[in-house]
Ligand binder design. Structure first.
Ligand code: HEC
Ligand code: HEC
Length: 246
Protein backbone atom coordinates (compact mmCIF):
# COMPACT_ATOMS: atom_id res chain seq x y z
CA UNK A 1 0.00 0.00 0.00
CA UNK A 2 1.45 3.41 -0.95
CA UNK A 3 2.52 5.59 1.95
CA UNK A 4 0.19 8.48 2.58
CA UNK A 5 1.77 11.91 2.55
CA UNK A 6 0.42 14.92 4.40
CA UNK A 7 -0.89 16.06 0.99
CA UNK A 8 -3.11 13.05 0.39
CA UNK A 9 -4.37 13.30 3.95
CA UNK A 10 -5.75 16.82 3.84
CA UNK A 11 -6.74 16.96 0.19
CA UNK A 12 -9.80 14.70 0.39
CA UNK A 13 -11.02 16.67 3.39
CA UNK A 14 -10.59 20.02 1.66
CA UNK A 15 -12.40 18.67 -1.40
CA UNK A 16 -15.16 17.33 0.80
CA UNK A 17 -15.68 20.74 2.41
CA UNK A 18 -15.88 22.39 -1.01
CA UNK A 19 -18.29 19.78 -2.23
CA UNK A 20 -20.45 20.08 0.86
CA UNK A 21 -20.58 23.82 0.31
CA UNK A 22 -21.46 23.31 -3.35
CA UNK A 23 -24.20 20.89 -2.31
CA UNK A 24 -25.62 23.37 0.18
CA UNK A 25 -25.61 26.17 -2.41
CA UNK A 26 -27.15 23.93 -5.06
CA UNK A 27 -30.01 22.70 -2.88
CA UNK A 28 -30.42 25.99 -0.99
CA UNK A 29 -31.03 23.84 2.04
CA UNK A 30 -28.93 25.83 4.47
CA UNK A 31 -31.62 28.40 5.34
CA UNK A 32 -33.90 25.80 6.81
CA UNK A 33 -36.22 24.34 4.17
CA UNK A 34 -35.92 20.70 5.12
CA UNK A 35 -36.19 18.25 2.25
CA UNK A 36 -36.50 14.52 2.98
CA UNK A 37 -32.81 14.13 2.10
CA UNK A 38 -31.77 16.77 4.58
CA UNK A 39 -33.87 15.06 7.19
CA UNK A 40 -31.90 11.91 6.44
CA UNK A 41 -28.65 13.79 6.81
CA UNK A 42 -29.81 15.08 10.18
CA UNK A 43 -30.65 11.56 11.27
CA UNK A 44 -27.16 10.64 10.24
CA UNK A 45 -25.66 13.38 12.36
CA UNK A 46 -27.77 12.31 15.29
CA UNK A 47 -26.52 8.78 14.76
CA UNK A 48 -22.91 9.94 14.76
CA UNK A 49 -23.45 11.77 18.04
CA UNK A 50 -24.30 8.31 19.37
CA UNK A 51 -26.30 9.47 22.35
CA UNK A 52 -29.24 7.45 23.56
CA UNK A 53 -31.50 10.20 22.19
CA UNK A 54 -29.88 9.81 18.81
CA UNK A 55 -30.47 6.07 18.98
CA UNK A 56 -34.12 6.71 19.74
CA UNK A 57 -34.35 9.07 16.76
CA UNK A 58 -32.76 6.48 14.50
CA UNK A 59 -35.15 3.84 15.73
CA UNK A 60 -37.98 5.88 14.16
CA UNK A 61 -36.74 5.17 10.63
CA UNK A 62 -37.92 1.96 8.94
CA UNK A 63 -34.30 1.03 8.11
CA UNK A 64 -33.29 1.30 11.74
CA UNK A 65 -36.16 -0.95 12.72
CA UNK A 66 -34.97 -3.50 10.23
CA UNK A 67 -31.47 -3.45 11.74
CA UNK A 68 -32.85 -3.69 15.27
CA UNK A 69 -34.89 -6.71 14.24
CA UNK A 70 -31.73 -8.51 13.13
CA UNK A 71 -31.01 -11.69 15.00
CA UNK A 72 -27.38 -12.77 15.56
CA UNK A 73 -27.95 -15.06 12.53
CA UNK A 74 -28.13 -11.99 10.33
CA UNK A 75 -24.41 -11.35 10.96
CA UNK A 76 -23.22 -14.82 9.95
CA UNK A 77 -23.52 -17.04 6.87
CA UNK A 78 -24.37 -20.74 6.86
CA UNK A 79 -22.02 -23.11 5.00
CA UNK A 80 -23.24 -25.16 2.00
CA UNK A 81 -23.05 -28.32 4.16
CA UNK A 82 -25.70 -26.87 6.48
CA UNK A 83 -28.25 -27.34 3.67
CA UNK A 84 -27.58 -31.07 3.17
CA UNK A 85 -30.91 -32.03 4.73
CA UNK A 86 -32.85 -30.39 1.87
CA UNK A 87 -33.28 -33.40 -0.44
CA UNK A 88 -34.82 -31.65 -3.46
CA UNK A 89 -31.91 -30.14 -5.46
CA UNK A 90 -34.02 -27.25 -6.71
CA UNK A 91 -35.14 -26.24 -3.24
CA UNK A 92 -31.61 -26.70 -1.91
CA UNK A 93 -30.19 -24.51 -4.69
CA UNK A 94 -32.76 -21.79 -3.99
CA UNK A 95 -31.96 -22.04 -0.26
CA UNK A 96 -28.26 -21.35 -0.94
CA UNK A 97 -29.28 -18.22 -2.79
CA UNK A 98 -31.65 -17.09 -0.04
CA UNK A 99 -28.73 -17.33 2.40
CA UNK A 100 -26.50 -15.37 -0.01
CA UNK A 101 -29.31 -12.80 -0.17
CA UNK A 102 -28.29 -11.67 3.34
CA UNK A 103 -25.13 -10.31 1.70
CA UNK A 104 -26.68 -9.02 -1.54
CA UNK A 105 -29.35 -6.95 0.24
CA UNK A 106 -26.88 -5.60 2.82
CA UNK A 107 -26.24 -1.83 2.64
CA UNK A 108 -22.51 -2.55 2.07
CA UNK A 109 -23.52 -3.85 -1.36
CA UNK A 110 -26.75 -1.97 -2.17
CA UNK A 111 -25.25 1.48 -1.39
CA UNK A 112 -23.10 0.95 -4.52
CA UNK A 113 -25.82 -0.90 -6.48
CA UNK A 114 -28.51 1.79 -6.11
CA UNK A 115 -31.82 2.10 -7.93
CA UNK A 116 -31.08 5.70 -8.95
CA UNK A 117 -27.95 7.47 -10.18
CA UNK A 118 -27.06 8.44 -6.62
CA UNK A 119 -25.14 6.22 -4.19
CA UNK A 120 -26.23 5.73 -0.60
CA UNK A 121 -24.24 5.88 2.63
CA UNK A 122 -23.94 4.13 5.92
CA UNK A 123 -25.84 1.38 7.68
CA UNK A 124 -29.06 3.44 7.30
CA UNK A 125 -28.51 3.66 3.51
CA UNK A 126 -29.24 7.38 3.43
CA UNK A 127 -28.71 9.32 0.19
CA UNK A 128 -25.07 10.26 -0.45
CA UNK A 129 -24.06 13.67 0.95
CA UNK A 130 -22.84 15.71 -0.83
CA UNK A 131 -25.07 14.87 -3.80
CA UNK A 132 -22.99 12.91 -6.30
CA UNK A 133 -24.19 11.12 -9.42
CA UNK A 134 -23.15 8.10 -11.43
CA UNK A 135 -21.95 9.91 -14.59
CA UNK A 136 -21.20 8.19 -17.89
CA UNK A 137 -18.63 5.72 -16.54
CA UNK A 138 -19.89 5.19 -12.96
CA UNK A 139 -16.99 7.28 -11.58
CA UNK A 140 -19.14 10.41 -11.23
CA UNK A 141 -19.84 13.60 -13.16
CA UNK A 142 -16.75 15.40 -14.55
CA UNK A 143 -16.84 18.02 -11.77
CA UNK A 144 -17.38 15.52 -8.93
CA UNK A 145 -15.38 12.35 -9.52
CA UNK A 146 -15.65 9.60 -6.91
CA UNK A 147 -11.88 9.31 -6.76
CA UNK A 148 -11.37 12.95 -5.72
CA UNK A 149 -12.70 11.92 -2.28
CA UNK A 150 -12.57 8.12 -2.28
CA UNK A 151 -8.89 7.16 -2.38
CA UNK A 152 -7.21 3.79 -2.79
CA UNK A 153 -7.99 2.67 0.77
CA UNK A 154 -10.27 3.54 3.68
CA UNK A 155 -9.20 6.68 5.52
CA UNK A 156 -10.61 6.10 8.98
CA UNK A 157 -9.80 9.50 10.60
CA UNK A 158 -12.30 11.03 8.14
CA UNK A 159 -14.65 8.02 8.06
CA UNK A 160 -13.87 7.83 4.37
CA UNK A 161 -14.31 4.50 2.58
CA UNK A 162 -11.85 3.83 -0.21
CA UNK A 163 -10.63 1.48 -2.93
CA UNK A 164 -8.70 2.15 -6.16
CA UNK A 165 -11.75 1.17 -8.27
CA UNK A 166 -14.38 2.97 -6.20
CA UNK A 167 -17.38 3.65 -8.49
CA UNK A 168 -21.07 2.86 -8.91
CA UNK A 169 -22.39 -0.35 -10.44
CA UNK A 170 -24.22 0.37 -13.73
CA UNK A 171 -28.04 0.79 -13.70
CA UNK A 172 -28.76 -2.74 -15.00
CA UNK A 173 -26.96 -4.11 -11.91
CA UNK A 174 -29.15 -2.16 -9.46
CA UNK A 175 -30.17 -4.19 -6.40
CA UNK A 176 -31.49 -1.54 -4.04
CA UNK A 177 -35.15 -2.20 -3.21
CA UNK A 178 -35.26 -5.52 -5.09
CA UNK A 179 -36.27 -8.86 -3.63
CA UNK A 180 -33.73 -11.66 -3.35
CA UNK A 181 -35.52 -13.58 -6.11
CA UNK A 182 -35.41 -10.55 -8.42
CA UNK A 183 -31.69 -10.15 -7.75
CA UNK A 184 -31.23 -13.87 -8.40
CA UNK A 185 -32.83 -13.65 -11.86
CA UNK A 186 -30.76 -10.58 -12.64
CA UNK A 187 -27.40 -11.83 -11.39
CA UNK A 188 -27.46 -14.85 -13.70
CA UNK A 189 -28.65 -12.89 -16.74
CA UNK A 190 -25.57 -11.99 -18.85
CA UNK A 191 -27.49 -8.98 -20.22
CA UNK A 192 -27.69 -7.57 -16.70
CA UNK A 193 -24.51 -8.88 -15.03
CA UNK A 194 -21.82 -7.46 -17.31
CA UNK A 195 -21.75 -10.51 -19.62
CA UNK A 196 -20.58 -12.86 -16.86
CA UNK A 197 -20.88 -16.64 -16.82
CA UNK A 198 -21.94 -18.31 -13.56
CA UNK A 199 -18.28 -19.17 -13.05
CA UNK A 200 -17.39 -15.47 -13.40
CA UNK A 201 -20.02 -14.60 -10.80
CA UNK A 202 -18.52 -17.14 -8.35
CA UNK A 203 -15.05 -15.66 -8.85
CA UNK A 204 -16.30 -12.07 -8.67
CA UNK A 205 -18.23 -12.45 -5.42
CA UNK A 206 -15.68 -14.80 -3.84
CA UNK A 207 -12.47 -12.92 -4.70
CA UNK A 208 -12.98 -9.43 -6.22
CA UNK A 209 -11.33 -6.85 -3.97
CA UNK A 210 -13.99 -4.14 -4.48
CA UNK A 211 -16.64 -6.67 -3.36
CA UNK A 212 -14.23 -7.62 -0.55
CA UNK A 213 -14.29 -4.05 0.76
CA UNK A 214 -17.78 -4.84 2.13
CA UNK A 215 -16.15 -7.07 4.79
CA UNK A 216 -13.55 -4.44 5.77
CA UNK A 217 -15.54 -1.22 5.39
CA UNK A 218 -13.66 0.90 7.96
CA UNK A 219 -14.89 2.64 11.10
CA UNK A 220 -18.59 3.36 11.55
CA UNK A 221 -19.89 0.74 9.11
CA UNK A 222 -21.09 -2.79 9.87
CA UNK A 223 -19.32 -5.36 7.67
CA UNK A 224 -21.40 -7.59 5.39
CA UNK A 225 -22.48 -10.88 7.05
CA UNK A 226 -20.06 -13.80 7.26
CA UNK A 227 -16.87 -13.64 5.19
CA UNK A 228 -16.20 -13.11 1.49
CA UNK A 229 -14.92 -16.69 1.27
CA UNK A 230 -18.17 -18.02 2.75
CA UNK A 231 -20.19 -15.90 0.31
CA UNK A 232 -18.13 -17.32 -2.57
CA UNK A 233 -18.76 -20.86 -1.32
CA UNK A 234 -22.52 -20.21 -1.32
CA UNK A 235 -22.45 -18.85 -4.89
CA UNK A 236 -20.48 -21.92 -5.97
CA UNK A 237 -22.89 -24.34 -4.27
CA UNK A 238 -25.83 -22.46 -5.81
CA UNK A 239 -24.32 -22.55 -9.34
CA UNK A 240 -23.37 -26.25 -9.10
CA UNK A 241 -26.83 -27.23 -7.91
CA UNK A 242 -28.55 -25.66 -10.93
CA UNK A 243 -28.67 -21.97 -9.97
CA UNK A 244 -32.34 -22.10 -8.98
CA UNK A 245 -33.96 -18.90 -7.75
CA UNK A 246 -36.00 -18.59 -4.55
C1 HEC B 1 -17.75 0.74 -4.23
C2 HEC B 1 -18.91 0.28 -4.95
C3 HEC B 1 -19.28 -1.18 -4.89
C4 HEC B 1 -19.50 -1.95 -3.78
C5 HEC B 1 -19.29 -1.55 -2.33
C6 HEC B 1 -20.00 -3.22 -4.25
N1 HEC B 1 -20.05 -3.22 -5.61
FE1 HEC B 1 -20.58 -4.79 -6.79
N2 HEC B 1 -20.16 -3.71 -8.44
C7 HEC B 1 -19.67 -2.44 -8.46
C8 HEC B 1 -19.35 -2.05 -9.82
C9 HEC B 1 -18.77 -0.73 -10.25
C10 HEC B 1 -19.69 -3.15 -10.62
C11 HEC B 1 -19.54 -3.28 -12.13
C12 HEC B 1 -18.14 -3.81 -12.36
C13 HEC B 1 -18.00 -4.64 -13.59
O1 HEC B 1 -18.98 -5.02 -14.24
O2 HEC B 1 -16.84 -4.97 -13.87
C14 HEC B 1 -20.19 -4.18 -9.72
C15 HEC B 1 -20.60 -5.43 -10.15
C16 HEC B 1 -20.92 -6.46 -9.32
C17 HEC B 1 -21.30 -7.79 -9.76
C18 HEC B 1 -21.36 -8.29 -11.19
C19 HEC B 1 -22.64 -7.92 -11.82
C20 HEC B 1 -23.80 -8.70 -11.36
O3 HEC B 1 -24.82 -8.06 -11.02
O4 HEC B 1 -23.72 -9.93 -11.33
C21 HEC B 1 -21.53 -8.52 -8.66
C22 HEC B 1 -21.94 -9.98 -8.58
C23 HEC B 1 -21.28 -7.65 -7.52
N3 HEC B 1 -20.93 -6.40 -7.96
C24 HEC B 1 -21.40 -8.05 -6.22
C25 HEC B 1 -21.24 -7.22 -5.12
C26 HEC B 1 -21.45 -7.65 -3.77
C27 HEC B 1 -21.87 -9.04 -3.35
C28 HEC B 1 -21.16 -6.58 -2.96
C29 HEC B 1 -21.20 -6.51 -1.47
C30 HEC B 1 -20.62 -7.61 -0.72
C31 HEC B 1 -20.76 -5.49 -3.85
N4 HEC B 1 -20.85 -5.91 -5.14
C32 HEC B 1 -20.37 -4.25 -3.42
C33 HEC B 1 -19.49 -1.60 -7.37
C34 HEC B 1 -19.61 -2.00 -6.04
C1 HEC C 1 -16.98 15.27 -2.05
C2 HEC C 1 -16.51 14.00 -1.57
C3 HEC C 1 -17.14 12.75 -2.14
C4 HEC C 1 -17.33 12.42 -3.46
C5 HEC C 1 -16.99 13.21 -4.70
C6 HEC C 1 -17.91 11.09 -3.45
N1 HEC C 1 -18.08 10.66 -2.17
FE1 HEC C 1 -18.87 8.88 -1.60
N2 HEC C 1 -18.60 9.36 0.36
C7 HEC C 1 -18.03 10.52 0.80
C8 HEC C 1 -17.97 10.49 2.25
C9 HEC C 1 -17.43 11.58 3.16
C10 HEC C 1 -18.51 9.25 2.64
C11 HEC C 1 -18.69 8.72 4.07
C12 HEC C 1 -19.90 9.33 4.66
C13 HEC C 1 -20.61 8.46 5.65
O1 HEC C 1 -20.66 7.25 5.47
O2 HEC C 1 -21.18 9.03 6.57
C14 HEC C 1 -18.90 8.58 1.43
C15 HEC C 1 -19.50 7.35 1.41
C16 HEC C 1 -19.86 6.69 0.24
C17 HEC C 1 -20.53 5.42 0.21
C18 HEC C 1 -21.02 4.65 1.42
C19 HEC C 1 -20.41 3.31 1.63
C20 HEC C 1 -21.19 2.59 2.72
O3 HEC C 1 -21.61 1.45 2.49
O4 HEC C 1 -21.41 3.18 3.78
C21 HEC C 1 -20.71 5.09 -1.11
C22 HEC C 1 -21.38 3.85 -1.64
C23 HEC C 1 -20.14 6.14 -1.87
N3 HEC C 1 -19.63 7.11 -1.03
C24 HEC C 1 -20.10 6.15 -3.25
C25 HEC C 1 -19.61 7.19 -3.99
C26 HEC C 1 -19.56 7.18 -5.43
C27 HEC C 1 -20.00 6.02 -6.29
C28 HEC C 1 -19.06 8.38 -5.82
C29 HEC C 1 -18.88 8.90 -7.22
C30 HEC C 1 -20.06 8.82 -8.08
C31 HEC C 1 -18.78 9.13 -4.61
N4 HEC C 1 -19.11 8.37 -3.52
C32 HEC C 1 -18.25 10.41 -4.59
C33 HEC C 1 -17.59 11.57 0.04
C34 HEC C 1 -17.60 11.63 -1.33
Amino acid sequence: MPRRTAMTKWRPRALMMLALLAGVLATGSFAGSVSPDDANANDAKAHDANTSDAKKADAQTPDAKRLDAETPDARTLAAPADFASIADPNSRSAAYFTELGKVLTNPRCTNCHPRTDRPRQGDQARLHQPPVFRGADGFGLPAMRCTSCHRDANFDPAGMPGHAEWHLAPPEMAWEGKSVSQICAQIKDPKRNGGRSLHDVIVHIGTDSLVGWAWAPGVGRTPAPGTQKQAGALVEAWAESGAACP
